[in-house]
Design a protein around this ligand. Structure first.
Ligand code: SF4
Length: 713
């Protein structure tokens, strides 16, 4: 196992979904030859998932999404031939690859000639392998010459990434392995719900408590994760920053600052102290709704623990002040000496499958491979050297994801778009507006494995290989670079993204530099990343397979990789971590008379992100068939709504209708909607695209809404 390609052998690989990237083993079924059955019933799928207990992150455990992933291989579920649209508003019809690619190349050429290189935009995804993310960034800069490339990871963890870099000089989601979690003394999990998003990770929290450690969960909802905590703090959405400052205030007031650590390894504590001391506990209670007694207990538990960790997820990050909010939590870690030593520190639980690797290799508007700044002359020279181009020809920083989507079809925006591995019609904020912008394009090209809601709008749809049909690396939430292996042959008519980028490059006048083989791309990626923050130079496919993954940075083949960062020094110029020293401010939109409630959004166990894949898996769809509006019994009573009855949630941007789910687990001033579905129940019809000034993250996690009774659909 572990080296299997094609059919006949078991293949060790990884789940296609979330950032935990659980190890799994694919075993050929007796009916491998029937991949092309239409539609393939489950028993005719070419592979089945079996346990892979030797992979250390999940030790064989999988959630239902991973277990059912082979269903995505069924022919009836996925695209098997290119589709083109002959006229605006006309139907999509099957086409050959030649015709489809010619149409794309001619369309991009026409738009560039008429409107300039930046008029062709590229939108990538945090689920793409490292090789695809790298090649997409290179394609945008070298072939299209456009500055306008960004990706849906901007919507995921960009605030944590920005705060991480600001504080430590380098961003890796977790600067320590998950295996460290059970050995810390107190862990604060802020705005994350791994019981639903990545259940096998719960084992680490369970072991932490079995070892005598304490788990504190911060979430406006009493989630399945919060139920397992020793202490659950339930703040109003958008007030996590004030909560962190309140805890820092109490840590300082109680004399729990690690003065030695602060003096030796940090800068800027005076500013952070001044900011925190202005946030008295009773003021913080007024802002957050968290009682002072609970604040005191949390500060005591964290401040007195021999080692402490703070992990954030989308709750504090997807805010228009997300970078500062994460910065405030990092300040709490720094003040208590909880960074740069074993079993302590700050980390981010990245969401998408390659959320970590996806942000390292150049599909982000402001970055080049190796997690380098695109504005840095030395970085430009290095990467241009690897690509064999003049650094002067490389575009500068382009628009961030929402700004790119918002500008589509406008005179100064992109008029054509190549979109890979994303479904913004469902997953972007202010989604009705984004959908209208997509419709206004001269040419929309979507590469996907299924006919997603966004692909349905496209002029050209390119069917691509997936997970079990291709080789490639991803980087899990720990910074561990891992290998997905090809276990089955793709259906005829389906091609890999690397192949199609090479074909498009050739048709656009760049005949070399875009190989279709993933390992060949990875070898170039190693050279491009060498010397950068995310240095993969010492990592090879062979090493990954032999070592169950290699942690970056790994600058040469003899280097063991770096599971724990910052033990000797932080990656800042002076080696010291920097306090953020931030103050609370309201969300871009707070409840008022017209829209008196908070809306917060999130995920459910059986669905993944925009649902484009999981909604096509029968057993997942049966477990979570549609959206709902979670609301407190007191609110339900006031509205005269019973459990299961339809309600409309209305914001300044739109309206969504879904059945009420009445639950005392949520604050009475807040409603929750999962965002996996399109149509009338689309949560992102409501969300606010107000952007964080540093990370350009939209404020998915809080906006003002009203809730009304609705007519049954
Ligand atoms: Fe896949 Fe994430 Fe579930 Fe693991 S936790 S099986 S990686 S979806």
């Amino acid at each position: 196992t572990g080296t299997g390609t094609g059919t006949g052998a078991e293949t060790d690989t990884h789940c296609p979904y979330c950032a935990l990237q659980c190890g799994m083993r694919l075993r050929p079924t007796a009916t491998t030859a029937v991949t092309a059955a239409t539609p393939a019933p489950a028993e005719l799928l070419p592979v089945e998932v079996v346990e892979r207990p030797d992979f250390p992150v999940n030790r064989g455990a999988l959630c239902g999404k991973g277990q059912s992933a082979p269903a995505l291989l069924a022919r009836g579920v996925r695209l098997t031939e290119p589709l083109v649209r002959d006229r605006p508003g006309g139907p999509l019809r099957p086409a050959g690859w030649d015709e489809a690619l010619e149409r794309v190349a001619a369309g991009f050429t026409a738009v560039r000639e008429r409107h300039g290189a930046d008029a062709v935009g590229v939108f990538g995804g945090g689920g793409l392998t490292n090789e695809k993310a790298y090649q997409l960034g290179k394609f945008a800069r070298v072939v299209l010459g456009t500055a306008n490339i960004d990706y849906n990871g901007r919507f995921c963890m960009s605030s944590a990434a920005a705060a991480h870099r600001r504080a430590f000089g380098l961003d890796r989601g977790l600067p320590f392995p998950l295996a460290d979690v059970p050995h810390t003394g107190c862990l604060i999990l802020v705005g994350g719900n791994p019981a639903e998003t990545m259940p096998p990770a719960l084992r680490y929290f369970r072991e932490l408590r079995e070892n005598g450690g304490t788990l504190i969960v911060v979430d406006p909802r009493r989630t399945r994760t919060a139920e397992q905590a020793d202490l659950h703090l339930q703040p109003r959405p958008g007030t996590d920053l004030a909560l962190a400052l309140g805890l820092l205030h109490l840590v300082i007031a109680d004399g729990l600052v690690d003065e030695e650590f602060v003096a030796a390894r940090t800068t800027g504590f005076d500013g952070a102290r001044a900011a925190a001391m202005a946030h008295w506990p009773d003021r913080v209670e007024r802002i957050t709704g968290v009682p002072v007694a609970q604040l005191r207990r949390a500060a005591e538990l964290f401040g007195r623990a021999a080692a402490g960790m703070v992990l954030t997820a989308r709750g504090p990050e997807q805010q228009s002040k997300g970078t500062d909010t994460v910065g405030a939590w990092i300040d709490l870690c720094l003040a208590t000496g909880n960074a740069g030593r074993p079993y302590a520190g700050y980390g981010c639980l990245t969401g998408q499958g390659n959320g970590q690797g996806g942000r390292e290799h150049g599909q982000k508007a402001d970055q080049l491979p190796g997690y380098r700044s695109i504005e840095d002359p030395a970085a430009r020279a290095h990467v241009a050297g690897v690509w064999g181009v003049d650094p002067e020809t490389l575009p500068r920083s382009g628009r961030s994801a929402y700004e790119l989507l918002d500008g589509l079809g406008r005179p100064d925006g992109a008029r054509a778009l190549l979109l890979m591995g994303s479904n913004p019609v469902v997953s972007a904020p202010n989604a009705a507006h984004v959908t209208a912008r997509l419709r206004s394009l001269d040419l929309l090209v979507v590469a996907d494995l299924v006919l997603s809601e966004t692909a349905r709008l496209a002029d050209v749809v390119l069917p691509v290989t997936q997970w079990a049909e291709e080789d490639g690396t991803t980087t899990n939430l720990e910074g561990r670079v891992i290998l997905r292996r090809r276990a089955v042959d793709p259906p005829e008519g389906v091609r890999g993204e690397l192949w199609l980028l090479g074909e498009l490059a050739r048709r656009l006048g760049v005949p070399r530099g875009f190989p279709a083989e993933a390992e060949q791309v990875f070898e170039e990626l190693r050279r491009a990343s060498a010397g950068g923050d995310a240095d993969y130079a010492g990592i090879s496919y062979r090493r990954i397979a032999a070592e169950d993954g290699v942690f970056w940075p790994c600058p040469d083949p003899a280097h063991p990789g770096t599971p724990r960062l910052f033990l000797d020094r932080f990656a800042t110029p002076d080696g010291r971590a920097r306090f953020a020293a931030v103050t609370h401010r309201p969300a871009a939109e707070e409840p008022d008379r017209e829209y008196p409630l908070y809306l917060t959004t999130g995920r459910v166990l059986a669905q993944y992100q925009s649902g484009a894949q999981t909604r096509r898996v029968a057993e997942l769809n049966a477990a979570a068939p549609g959206p709902f509006v979670e609301l407190h019994p007191r609110l339900a009573e006031r509205l005269g709504v019973a459990d299961g009855e339809p309600v409309a949630v209305v914001s300044r941007r739109g309206r969504a209708v879904a059945p009420a789910r009445v639950s005392a687990a949520i604050r009475p001033d807040t409603v929750f909607m999962p965002f996996h579905w399109p149509g009338a129940g689309r949560a992102n019809s409501l969300t606010n695209p107000a952007l964080d000034p540093v990370s350009r993250m939209p404020e998915f996690k809080t906006c003002a809404v009203r809730v009304e009774r609705a007519e049954p659909a």
